[in-house]
Design a protein around this ligand. Structure first.
Ligand code: UD1
Ligand code: MG
Length: 454
């Protein structure tokens, strides 16, 4: 039985989130809770994944449509056993079924793998808690074999003393699961069809029941409110921080780092406080990221220095560049080695050649800038006429004087100089000085208007 089905329960209303958004779409580390579970599930290469969502949660299948999963609605919601029943028509008997939860986002592949290796029969993921209040208890016999799970509300005073609890995550042979679910009743305190009742049925039939514990407690932590969401977010971020520090990254404060995606770092990388990394980000050797910078889907070359408050989005940065403070690289920016982009410079869909500099207050959009170009303060590429976008080309060794507007499409030739304060609407020839500026005149004896006497 090597085939695997995965059922993800996500029908709960999430009342205590006090939100119009289904609970499982709230984000942890920048990703919806249920997506964490779907991504982890995918690592097990299951034959079928089935997500059980609730009434009013139609946005869940929409939001997760890129996953090859079946989405089934459970309405009304009559308990965890009833929820799994909704998925059964989509599961094949020649397999095992793993039940996961859309609001238990941080379950790890290694733990699930351990469950898959635990043996034939029923496998329960359990944890030992000092305060087990609220959870289903794992009832064992004198030999220590699992007998049943009893819910908090149905437990006897002795059973309430049990510290081993059900995390809810379990693995069962699909054919047996189908049979057991068919026999579930709801004669219990909550009037629900309990998935947990299948344990006693398995025991009765002599089916082996195994238990496995997660490597970390947080893997099985569920989310019901914003406090738990924030707590688990921090737990995850601390885990990310520890992993990075374990690889040699220097973090000014591991409690003030947010990784919402995948951050890969080289040697001797330093990250100051308050930085956010989203999507796929790679920082090569000796990169330093200044405080409160936000980097999304970008690769940063060796030795590049990013000063505080810089924002880099969908961009590629070369080796030994200087960026910021307060620089903004928008999607499609490519900085070649040794480029400098300084404060209040915005770059979009543009290439900045090796050793070129735009250090102050500029907008460079839809441009190709050669090597060793100097772009003076306040330079603007006028790339948009209200309907169309045009390119600006600035060739190697050009010098653009301050406060220049380059009205695209326009080319500044190799080694050309543009006088400060120019509005350039026609190509500027290589090697020459081009400027467009009315002559400076002085009107002698001119008097500034005076305020009239009252
Ligand atoms: C369940 C377990 C309990 C375990 C605990 C761990 C049962 C009967 N009890 O209790 O042993 O210790 O989880 O947190 O299984 N759900 C649906 N449809 C439903 C009911 C629930 O999709 O009709 C989903 C919820 O969205 C939630 C999960 O199942 O993600 C668990 O439901 P919840 O009602 O929180 O179960 P507990 O009573 O906490
Ligand atoms: Mg409940």
């Amino acid at each position: 039985m090597s085939h695997l089905n995965i059922v993800i329960l996500a029908a709960g209303k999430g009342t205590r989130m006090y939100s119009d958004k289904p609970k499982v779409l709230h984000a942890l580390a920048g990703k919806p809770l249920v997506q964490h579970v779907l991504d982890c599930a995918a690592l097990l290469q299951p034959q079928q994944v089935c997500v059980v969502y609730g009434h009013g949660g139609e946005v869940v299948p929409q939001a997760m449509q890129r996953y090859a999963a079946k989405f089934v609605m459970q309405e009304p919601q009559l308990g965890t056993g009833h929820a799994v029943q909704q998925a059964m028509p989509h599961l094949n008997d020649d397999s095992r079924t793993l039940v996961l939860y859309g609001d238990v986002p941080l379950i790890q592949h290694s733990t699930l793998h351990q469950m898959l290796q635990a043996g034939e029969g029923l496998v329960l993921l359990t944890v030992y808690l000092d305060n087990p209040t609220g959870y289903g208890r794992i009832v064992r016999d004198a030999q220590g074999d699992v007998m049943s799970i009893v819910e908090q509300k149905d437990a006897t005073p002795e059973q309430l003393e049990i510290k081993e609890v059900n995390t809810g995550i379990l693995l069962a042979p699909t054919e047996k699961l189908r049979e057991w679910l068919g026999k579930l009743g709801n004669k219990n305190t909550q009037g629900e069809y309990y998935l947990t009742d299948i344990v006693a049925m398995a025991v009765q039939q002599g089916v082996a029941v195994h238990t496995v514990q997660p490597a970390q407690r947080w893997e099985v932590e569920g989310i019901n409110n914003k406090m738990q969401l924030a707590t688990l977010e921090r737990v995850w971020q601390q885990t990310m921080a520890n992993k990075l520090m374990g690889q040699g990254v220097t973090l000014a404060d591991p409690a003030r780092l947010d990784v919402r995606g995948n951050l890969v770092c080289g040697r001797d990388v330093e990250i100051d406080v308050g930085c956010i990394f989203e999507g796929e980000v790679s920082l090569s050797d000796r990169v330093r990221v200044g405080a409160y910078s936000i980097i999304h889907n970008a690769s940063i070359g060796q030795g590049t220095q990013i000063a505080p408050f810089s924002h880099i989005d969908d961009s590629i940065v070369g080796v030994n560049c200087h960026i910021g403070p307060y620089a903004r690289l928008r999607p499609g920016s490519k900085l070649h080695d040794d480029a400098h982009v300084g404060n209040f410079v915005e770059i979009k869909n543009s290439e900045i050649g090796q050793g070129s500099k735009a250090n102050h207050l500029s907008y460079i959009g839809d441009s190709t800038v050669g090597s060793r170009v100097n772009i003076g303060a306040g330079t603007i590429t006028c790339n948009y006429d209200g309907a169309n976008k045009f390119r600006t080309i600035i060739e190697d060794d050009a010098f653009i004087g301050s406060d220049t507007q380059l009205v695209a499409p326009v080319t500044v030739g190799k080694g050309a100089t543009i006088g400060a304060g120019s509005t350039i609407t026609k190509d500027a020839p290589a090697g020459e000085l081009t400027l467009s500026r009315s002559k400076q005149i002085t009107i002698t004896g001119w008097k500034r208007p005076q305020k009239g006497k009252k």
